[in-house]
Every structure is written in C-alpha cells, then in structure tokens.
Write a protein that binds this ligand. Structure first.
Ligand code: ADP
Ligand code: MG
Length: 316
C-alpha cells in the first residue's frame, strides 16, 4: 500500500525543499494542494508540470473528492439549517431561509441593500430555532469597510435580543486586500467550532479582487484566485454545516441589447460555486425586489420587501 498522505511533503514528487516553498506560499495543507492549480504550483515552488499534476491529484484522492452515494447525501441534506431573512416573502422564495452547507450569493448595484442583508442575517442567525435562527454566532469579513454596528443594534432591538450580547456574537474582520481576505476565510475554520459560528458573511466577495486585478491580462489570474477563495468558502460551509452569505457587485454588459444588461462579477467561477443566487434591486417607492436566479431545487421567482430602520421587512 502507498504511504499515507498527511502533510504536503508526503505528496509524490514533493521533497522537503519544494514543501518549504509551497508552505511559504500558503500551501500548508493537503486541502490547499487539492484546490491548487498546476500553474500556481509551478510558479511558487518551481516544480515541473507533471509533478504538480501528480501532487494535486494525490491530494484530491486523499481527500476523496470524488463520488458520494445519494443516501449519504440525503442524510447530509437532513442536517441543513435555515436562517430567516426577517421577511416571510423572502424566506418562502428561498425555501425557508438562508441554507447551511452551501453558499448564498446576493448581488446588485450600489445601495441595492446587500450590506443590509448582511447586518440582518448577522442578527437573525442568533435567534432561537423556533424564531428562524440557528442559535449561533456570525463571522463577518468586511472588505469595503461598510459594517455598521448601529444598524445591527436596530435590528437586534426589533427581534427583542439583548443588544450587547448580539454585538458580541458578531466577529468582524476587515479584509485589506484580496490575499488577506482569502487568509481570513481559511482561518475561519479555527473559530467556527470554538465560537459556535453558524453564519460566515463576506461583504463584498469581489470588491478587492476587482480593485487589484485590473486590465485584460490579469483576468485569468483573478479568476484563479477567486476560484480558490470560493472553494475555501464552499468547503467551510459543507464541513461545518454553516451558512455562507456573500455579496457581489454587478457590471454592465454592453453586448446585451434587450433585457437587463447587468450581471454579477466573477463569471462562472462565482456562479457555479454559489448554490443560491439572488439579484437585488430597488423598485417603485420604497419597495425592493429580490429575484431568485439558478437555484438547484427551487423555481425562479421574485419577492418584494422593504428596508426600514428595523432592517428587512415584509410589505405587510
Ligand atoms: N436606517 C435605515 N432606514 C431605512 N433604510 C436604510 C437605513 N439604512 C440604510 N438603508 C437603506 O439601505 C440602502 C443602502 O443599502 P446597502 O446595503 O448599504 O447597499 P449595498 O451594500 O448594496 O451597496 C440605503 O440606500 C437605504 O435605502
Ligand atoms: Mg455594501
């Protein structure tokens, strides 16, 4: 039998020197090697393409990133928890609330209400089960410096929570650049069990990546980094049975002549990783619309709601 693979230097073709270089570049675990690309490994550790391919494959095999039988998956699905948005309309649109074990993405223009969703769910995740919460805490990665405790306080009051306790249950980290954001997501695992985290928020998922990788030549690299980040988030959601909520910006597509020319940033890399995608926009008066796009198990549809001082609410 082949030797058991426990650390990076156990992978085939990876000697101590290469392992050290990989480690310095952030590839410290078998998990990180499993989601790495051949190009990345070539660049950071100077190893050949063939070796890189073999090492990645061995890392994936070790983690058994292959098939799982449907009954095992069905058992896992039974454990899915849901976090209320605070609006019955919205909850029913998304099948009862924001799900654990996968990524939910909300995208829309500036002031569409994305951060309001983040404040709201950072509070509602703390509610008792019978009120639509998961009795857990929230990890909040803030990459746009838009976290506002005063909004959290308002929402907490509405739900009758102790304001101090509600604030203490939200752990906010500022992400200063894309790399930092990725590291924060990787480190999240350490805190999740310890702090009973049930929701991980990334607001905004893409802003730092967009700011750093500008111009055509850098697009491929940006997508690679984003892909890695999405995989980290996805695995974190699955392994820990927590919800991951990410916000995304939109860009305008000049080639679309009919219909809405806005589309979320990040292309297929973000699109495929997000199980549930919601497009947020403003409507007439103070109404807001959330449109469900691409859910694997729910029909597409829309819900209308409002954002008030109390956060997200139904129209009544
Ligand atoms: N206290 C409040 N009462 C009512 N509406 C608010 C309040 N605070 C923010 N909003 C609404 O939220 C909008 C900003 O939403 P935000 O979540 O910051 O947008 P995004 O993150 O999508 O750019 C504001 O334009 C305003 O309409
Ligand atoms: Mg925002």
């Amino acid at each position: 039998m082949a030797k058991e693979i426990k650390k990076v230097s156990d992978l085939p073709g990876i000697g101590d020197a290469a392992a050290k270089k990989l480690e310095d570049a952030g590839f410290k675990t078998i998990e990180s090697m499993a989601v790495a690309s051949v190009m990345e490994l070539k660049e950071v550790a100077g190893i050949g393409e063939g070796t890189a391919e073999k090492a990645i494959k061995a890392a994936r095999d070790t983690l058994e990133m292959g098939f799982e039988s449907a009954d095992v998956l069905a058992e896992k699905r039974k454990l899915v928890g849901r976090i209320t948005t605070g609006s019955k309309e919205l909850d029913s649109l998304i099948g009862g609330g924001i799900e654990t074990q996968s990524i939910t993405e909300i995208y829309g223009k500036m002031a569409a209400g994305k951060s309001q969703w983040a404040f709201q769910t950072a509070v509602t995740v703390q509610l008792p089960l019978e009120q639509g919460g998961l009795e857990g805490t929230c990890l909040y990665i803030d990459s746009e410096n838009s976290f506002r405790p005063e909004r959290v306080i308002q929402v907490a009051k509405r739900f009758g929570l102790d304001v101090d306790a509600a604030l203490k249950n939200i752990f906010v980290a500022r992400a200063y650049n894309a790399e930092h954001q990725m590291i924060l997501a990787e480190k999240a695992t350490e805190m999740i069990k310890e702090k009973n985290v049930k929701l991980l928020i990334v607001d905004s998922l893409t802003a730092q990546f967009r700011a750093e990788f500008i111009g055509r030549g850098t697009l491929a690299e940006r997508q690679q980094r984003l892909n890695k980040h999405m995989r980290t988030l996805q695995k974190t959601a699955e392994i820990n049975n927590i919800a991951v909520l990410v916000t995304n910006q939109v860009m305008s597509r000049p080639d679309i002549l009919f219909g809405d020319p806005t589309e979320p940033v990040g292309g297929n890399v973000v699109g495929h990783a997000s199980k549930t995608r919601l497009y947020l926009r403003k409507s007439k008066e103070d109404k807001r619309v959330a449109k469900l796009v691409d859910s694997p198990s729910l029909p597409d549809g829309e819900a209308i709601y409002r954002i008030t001082e109390n956060g997200i609410e139904d129209l009544e």
